[in-house]
Design a protein around this ligand. Sequence first.
Ligand SMILES: Nc1ncnc2c1ncn2[C@@H]1O[C@H](COP(=O)(O)OP(=O)(O)OP(=O)(O)O)[C@@H](O)[C@H]1O
Ligand SMILES: O=P(O)(O)OC[C@H]1O[C@](O)(CO)[C@@H](O)[C@@H]1O
Length: 510
Amino acid sequence: MDLEDNRAEGWKYLNKQYFGDGERANYVNIPHVIAMVGLPARGKTYISKKLSRYLNWIGINTRVFNLGEYRRHATSAYTSHEFFRADNKEAMAIRQQCALDALHDVCEWLVKGGEVAVFDATNSTRERRRMIRDIVVHKMGFKLFFVESICDDPRIIEQNIMEVKVSSPDYTNIQNTDNVLNDFLLRIEHYKEKYEPLEENLESDYSFMKIYDTGEKVVVHKHEGHIQSRIVYYLMNIHIVPRTIYLTRQYAGALAGYIETQAIPGLRVWTSWMRRAIQTVKDVKAPQERWKALNEIDAALNEIDAVSATCPFSSRFFLELVDATTDRQGRHSWRRRKALNEIDAVSAPCPFSSRFFLELVDATTDRHSWRRRKALNEIDAALNEIDAVSAPCPFSSRFFLELVDATTDRQGRHSWRRRKALNEIDAVSAPCPFSSRFFLELVDATTDRHSWRRRKALNEIDAVSAHVPVLIPFLLRARGCDNRPSRTSFKALNEIDAVSATCPFSSRFS
Ligand SMILES: Nc1ncnc2c1ncn2[C@@H]1O[C@H](COP(=O)(O)OP(=O)(O)OP(=O)(O)O)[C@@H](O)[C@H]1O
Ligand SMILES: O=P(O)(O)OC[C@H]1O[C@](O)(CO)[C@@H](O)[C@@H]1O
């Protein structure tokens, strides 16, 4: 596959050369490669898998590429630590080829729609990291973030080896665990000869985080944008100490009595904020915490996320929107209606309308259970609809109905909103998500001195840009200057960056 030719149009033009010192790209929908760094048995695979599970859960399509698997597939030459000697030229060539093959697969997967690829290898030399950067950033235009795990506590390393390496496919021929331990420790010694930890002075352009001693200390360097911020936050909060989690429901009296007999040291009780959940644990003698995230509504939201994989917005996004646009008296503001209209316009591939999410939120936070049942019935109905409207039309009839409702005025006339929405639908169904009208406005806005026009155009950009990988290139092409942006377009782009820096959605949404 020729990756160059298959890259999305925007990616081809994204290049750090457009950004001066101190400026950062903040485009949230550019594919990311997360490259692990560290000596063997430092928890890289553990972190990769956990991170991947988390990102997938929050709606970011993530996959791990483990280089050990590529190596085992390429050769059965591994008989001992000798394979990893720094002077083993033959093995070195195999390892290099495996890394190239894996990176090729990483890029291919991202080009086909993947969002975050975790490259799980040691990547323990600057030369290797430079190679990754050349391919991932310079050739492909993706974002790259290194995550290094550093741990020099021999007890933890030995424990890690005993826990996971003795059962590694590398050691199917060695039964004795002491022999495995010794071999693996020697493997680590070979790596140490060449190991170059990430160094902010020597790799000053790189975005990375370093995790010391299973999270005792964390260093973050030049992280960019929303996805990397979430990764940093998440990895700062994971832990590797095993813990027991008891799940329970109802039977309050019996539960409290039972827990007391168990005398569990360090017990903490978590519940949602739902009234019955709180009642259930009220007699349990242990510190208690309430989590909104455990409210029953989450169960429904997870279900929605599962079926609406193509929707650019996660259900949690809608919830946040609802929170942000509810006034102190619990009333929906006009901002919400406006935001929802815009969301509907860009989230056509999603089988659920934003209004549906709103109803669900209302219904499932309501104490009256018939409303909840109604919402669940609607999920069923929507699922049936998905089956019914298949390939020929990407939009559900419900979507069109709502569009018609929302854009018909009191006299039954079609409003300008409908025309606008239809234009946007055309735009999202074409390979390029922007209509020609959108480009025109953008050009006007970035050259016009009147700030209300610029604001208007930027609002529109905000509305659609959550769904679009790269904006700058389109702007540059629309203005007929492929090489360097002018000062005015730079200014507008900075404004866009400013509003989308920490959040994939516009400032209005957050
Ligand atoms: N930050 C960390 N530092 C050290 N050990 C960790 C860390 N996180 C998890 N672990 C432990 O590491 C063990 C898993 O090792 P893992 O296979 O992930 O190492 P690895 O670095 O991927 O090794 P290799 O380079 O051989 O593939 C688990 O026992 C886990 O508890
Ligand atoms: O050292 P490299 O070439 O990055 O390769 C990753 C290697 O890391 C290991 O996970 C180290 O134990 C091997 O299984 C794998 O071959």
